[in-house]
Design a protein around this ligand. Structure first.
Ligand code: BGC
Length: 763
């Protein structure tokens, strides 16, 4: 602006000088006037054109050019205003320049209802009831990246329709113990499986011009003491176990935002953690998106400014239970930041980097030309939710082919258990959903088998979906058991539908479970039912492993997760055999809690002593621990039965030896040896024969979901990049691929290896 008027002044002086030779004074003045007026008109016209067609509004211009220009037009106050919340879920745009606000919403299983400007409570809209998709543990159990793409696309459409440009999800924290209250929101214990599943989810969402916000970065593996726990973990475990899924989401999925976690790592809060955010995320991984704090996860202006945070949300709340008390203008990245900038304490260059990232996100989403309109609660979304649920349900035990139960086979099916009728989408914390509909297990079974063939009894009761309140159950458990036993003894078969729910201290945010046992007298209930009816099966809803004292006595066990809006339909389709189950466990089910690696090392390893916690099991998380320590779990990682059977052929590779930059092409035959169509998630694990460091006995490096007709044989082909067999070398602070022998196994689960082949790596 100032530059322009200086130039104008200069040009005008020049013209005055040029015309000074002209004859009459009158003519001179006239000429000067004409030239002046002409010039002024030109400048005005130029400014007009520029204002009407600024580059930053031009969707055909490259995003970086638009960001640069928008940034150059902003005042310091406008820039700072973008770096912190203005309401519970939104942050400011630049109204003067027509740059819109950022609107975030949970995530990750559906689009959360509208809440008040500064309250967590629902605002009472009548048009915000969404489709609930299955919990991410279920998605992961599908072992099918195509399902993750469908999931992302559908939930992204719902977010877009609701005018949200940031979806707070997906979550990819690793399943470290069976007690973590939020495991249901994550993708299991294996970094490779989580990585393969998160990438398509991210792509699917972002196709809609909606940014994902991958959470919670990083090491947020428990809810107990989540605001203060200070995690110590080796670099090796960090890079090999806890970071890969985030890295894949950033580098392959091209995630546009990421959420810092509440906990601390090596003494620094993760919402402003120099090592995690500046070094790893922004420098090493070249993340160009926005780092958003978890709600209430920011603790200092200085650290927020310098240690990698871009957008501060939810300050003065503890995430879920309290509403804001401090005004948004007093957020760490609001007035305190502005004052520091004005006094020269903080550099504008750092501020510009934050704002640039936020602008980039806005241009990628709300201000993008290729933004579809989205859809909400469409039949396609129900279909996607149902298919994901069906692909994720895991059949864990099936003695004497208890399942499937074809329609008409039995006269009376007893359905027992609160989860058969309870809403399993409400509760659990920030992922709680207000849904357009939810088909309960009981409704699904009645629809499938007819109401005359189903008889229901509650069996146990858990209480309200009340966040942060211990539920006191007043109803006499004995009388509920008694009533259920009555029903069971007159039925042909018994289906117990129980497990956990989304109450505080179950599968829920803010606290961990206190034991692996089922609550509300369910174990007692199951043994009482078994006394009167041996034909009893248990269907578990949970995002965690649970203890199963009745494992040998029940005929069948189904892991039914939290299945979302289509829960009952999906479950009934699988139980009746209309859909052949094909899900596989994304985490191991230990026989007892102490068998879990983290827990076996005592309090210092979980849940921490004071605020300190050391991940003593290091890289031996999940099946890596069970394998290496030769502990047999109830059900291993990658396990799941089908109504048909599969036969694996011998694994072969295209070559015998590979250099670091080569790709191993492997194949084997897979035959459906049963009588019906089915799918199997075939897995390939790799182990290094002799290594200079401790390595897990084997690690998942490839998998493929294969669909086969009865009797059909397929050649299954997979690829593994030789460099992906490296370990993280703490001495060199880089990945090292050692030369030598590696063994590749094809497998139906981490405990069911079918054949192996040895290859040589020459590096
Ligand atoms: C949770 C986040 C969530 C946010 C907003 C926090 O308590 O940890 O996952 O996205 O609240 O609801």
């Amino acid at each position: 602006m100032f530059g322009e008027s200086k130039n104008t002044f200069y040009i005008c002086t020049e013209i005055t000088y040029c015309v000074s030779d002209t004859k009459s004074k009158y003519e001179k003045m006239r000429l000067i006037r004409i030239v002046y007026v002409g010039l002024i008109c030109l400048i005005l016209a130029f400014n007009q054109v520029k204002a009407q067609n600024p580059i930053y509004l031009d969707v055909n211009q490259p995003i970086e050019k638009r960001v640069d220009q928008a940034l150059s037009l902003m005042t310091l106050e406008e820039k700072v205003a973008m770096c912190h919340a203005q309401s519970k879920f939104s942050s400011r745009g630049v109204p003067r320049l027509g740059i819109p606000e950022v609107w975030t919403d949970d995530g990750p299983h559906g689009i959360r209802e509208e809440v008040y400007w500064d309250k967590w409570s629902g605002a009472g809209w009548t048009n915000d009831s969404c489709t609930a998709f299955p919990a991410l543990t279920c998605l992961s159990a599908s072992f099918n990246p195509q399902m993750a793409l469908n999931y992302g696309k559908a939930i992204g459409e719902e977010a877009r329709y609701r005018n949200k440009n940031v979806l707070l999800g997906p979550g990819v924290n690793i399943y470290r113990t069976p007690l973590n209250g939020r495991n249901f929101e994550y993708m299991g214990e294996d970094p490779y499986l989580s990585s393969r599943m998160v990438v398509p989810y991210v792509k699917g969402v972002q196709q809609n011009g909606v940014a994902v916000c991958v959470k919670h970065f990083a090491l947020n593996n428990q809810e107990d003491n989540r605001m203060a726990v200070n995690v110590q973990v080796s670099d090796r475990a960090l890079y090999e176990i806890y970071l890969p899924a985030f890295k894949a989401a950033v580098q392959e999925g091209k995630a546009w935002s990421i959420m810092g976690s509440y906990n601390r790592f090596r003494g620094e809060n993760n919402c402003h953690n120099d090592f995690l955010l500046n070094k790893i995320l922004k420098n090493d991984w070249k993340f160009d998106g926005v780092v958003i704090s978890d709600w209430g996860g920011v603790h200092s202006t200085d650290e927020a400014v310098k240690n990698g945070l871009d957008l501060e949300m939810g300050t003065s709340t503890n995430g879920l239970t309290t509403d804001g008390t401090a005004p948004y203008s007093e957020y760490f990245l609001a007035n305190p930041y502005l004052r520091g900038l004005k006094s020269g304490k903080y550099s504008e260059t750092m501020l510009n980097d934050k704002v640039r990232r936020i602008l980039r996100l806005i241009f990628r989403t709300t201000m993008s030309a290729d933004r579809p309109f989205g859809k909400f609660v469409s039949p396609e979304h129900s279909e996607a939710a149902r298919m994901i649920a069906e692909e994720g349900i895991v059949l864990l035990k099936n003695d004497k082919q208890f399942f499937p139960i074809p329609v008409g086979k039995y006269q009376k099916i007893a359905v027992i258990g609160e989860n058969a009728t309870r809403s399993l989408v409400i509760g659990g914390g920030s992922s709680s959903l207000k849904v357009a509909y939810e088909v309960s297990a009981l409704d699904g079974l009645i629809k499938k088998y007819g109401k005359d063939h189903i008889v229901y009894s509650k069996g146990y009761i858990s209480g309200d979906n009340d966040y942060n309140k211990e539920v006191s159950v007043k109803i006499n458990t004995d009388s509920l058991i008694h009533a259920a036993v009555e029903v069971a003894q007159h039925a042909d078969i018994v289906l117990v539908i129980g497990g956990l729910n989304k109450n505080h201290l179950q599968d829920s945010e803010g606290a961990d479970r206190k034991s692996m046992d089922l609550s509300f007298g369910q174990d007692e209930l199951i043994s009482a039912l078994l006394q009167v009816n041996k034909k009893t099966a248990v269907i578990l809803n949970s995002g965690n492993a649970v203890s199963m004292p009745w494992i040998n006595d029940v005929r069948a066990i189904v892991q039914g997760w939290y299945l979302g809006s289509e829960a009952g339909n999906a479950l009934a389709n699988v139980l009746s055999g209309e859909v052949n189950p094909s899900g596989k466990l994304p985490f191991s089910f230990p026989k007892k809690l102490d068998d879990n690696a983290a827990i076996s090392f005592g309090e210092i390893s979980y849940p921490g002593v004071g605020d300190n916690e050391v991940y003593k099991e290091d890289i031996l998380v999940g099946y890596r621990w069970f394998d290496t320590k030769k502990i047999t779990p109830f059900f291993p990682f990658g396990f799941g039965l089908s109504y048909t059977t599969f036969e694996y052929g011998k694994i072969t590779t295209d070559k015998k030896s590979y250099s670091a930059d080569e790709t191993i092409k492997l194949s084997f035959k897979l035959k459906n040896t049963g009588k019906i169509y089915g799918a199997d998630a075939a897995q390939v694990y790799v182990s290094q024969k002799i290594a200079s460091v401790v390595r897990p006995l084997k690690e998942l490096k490839a998998f493929k979901k294969c669909y086969l007709h009865a009797g059909e044989t397929q050649t299954v082909e997979m690829e593994i990049k030789a460099k992906d067999l490296a370990f993280y070398n703490e001495k060199t602070q880089s990945w090292t691929l050692e030369s030598g022998e590696f063994i590749l196994y094809n497998a139906a689960s981490s405990a069911d290896l079918k054949s192996n082949i040895s290859i040589q790596i020459n590096n």
